[in-house]
Design a protein around this ligand. Structure first.
Ligand code: AKG
Ligand code: FE2
Length: 292
């Protein structure tokens, strides 16, 4: 069993309906799918350049001034913050990559809008606090998982669901490790060169009233090989109020709303998540509720 691989170039052609259905299935049954082919303006050339710049960075890390950065772990890239390296062209390449990935995130959210029967732009607007502003949070986390002598004792990243909205992962071409939990079984997210792995976070689960569940996933360590991954995420702004979309809350007996999730402010959810990331997600939703 492998997670669905979807040819995104077919979205605008004769096979649009089939492709929309494949994405709906990926969201409903898996919470994860891989996009390949003409990934919405993200050229192979750009993806190759990103890989090369990261490799250069690894090679140069001992000579670079990498103060306050734990490369063996993780670093986060935002447009405004200080970049962790002077490696030539790194900043420019990653800024270009992030800009293209953000567009892909918006496109994927529009596909979800349509599949869920919501107005175009609904999810994006909800994540931007109901406004047509750009207040949502788009981050990028670069991770490096070095070889580990005891993969049986240490995970690369413990099992969790992602807190936010839409995640776009550019994972290693060769070294596997990412697994998702499906029907009680851990399944590898198979490395596929230059694909982008999409997964939905807890806020999409709430907004879709449980139609799209955020999937549990983890990263295993390996005795051989360095694994690199670049995870970008389109999250609500901390001030955004998140709740099930009213259209997806079915009326039972024409009277009672059937909202399976409460309404809360995303910043309050993140405060809970910071403490409970590796615990069952269900109690987090209630814990995020406060007098609004
Ligand atoms: O490194 C990966 O492949 C996945 C990382 C991940 O799940 C996360 O950062 O939330
Ligand atoms: Fe994750």
């Amino acid at each position: 069993m492998a997670i669905p691989v979807i040819d995104f170039s077919k979205l605008n052609g004769e096979e649009r309906a089939k492709t929309m259905a494949q994405i709906a299935n990926g969201c409903e049954e898996w919470g994860f799918f891989q996009l390949v082919n003409h990934i919405y303006g993200i050229s192979e050339e750009l993806l190759e350049r990103v890989k090369k710049k990261l490799n250069d960075l690894v090679e140069k890390k001992s000579s670079d001034n990498l103060e306050n950065v734990d490369w063996e772990d993780v670093f986060t890239l935002l447009d405004e913050n200080e970049w962790p390296t002077q490696t030539f062209g790194f900043k420019e390449t990653m800024a270009e990559y992030r800009s293209e990935l953000k567009k892909l995130a918006v496109k994927v959210m529009e596909v979800m809008d349509e599949n869920l029967g919501l107005a175009k732009g609904y999810i994006k607007r909800a994540f931007n606090g109901g406004e047509d502003q750009d207040t949502a949070f788009f981050g990028t986390k670069v991770s490096h998982y070095p070889p580990c002598p005891h993969p049986d004792r240490v995970t690369g990243l413990r099992a969790h669901t992602d807190a936010g909205g839409v995640f776009l992962l550019f994972q290693d071409d060769e070294v596997s490790g990412l697994q998702i939990l499906k029907d009680g079984q851990w399944i590898d997210v198979q490395p596929l060169p230059n694909s982008i792995v999409i997964n939905t976070g807890d806020q999409i689960e709430v907004l879709s009233n449980g139609k799209y569940k955020s999937a549990w996933h983890r990263v295993l360590t390996k005795t051989n090989g360095n694994r690199r991954s670049i995870a970008s995420f389109y999250n609500p702004s901390l001030k955004a109020t998140i709740a099930p979309a009213p259209q997806l809350v079915e009326k039972v007996n024409q009277e009672v709303d059937q909202a399976y999730y409460p309404k809360f402010v995303f910043g309050d959810y993140m405060a809970v998540y910071a403490e409970q990331k590796f615990l069952p997600k269900e109690p987090r939703f209630q814990a995020a509720v406060r007098a609004m």
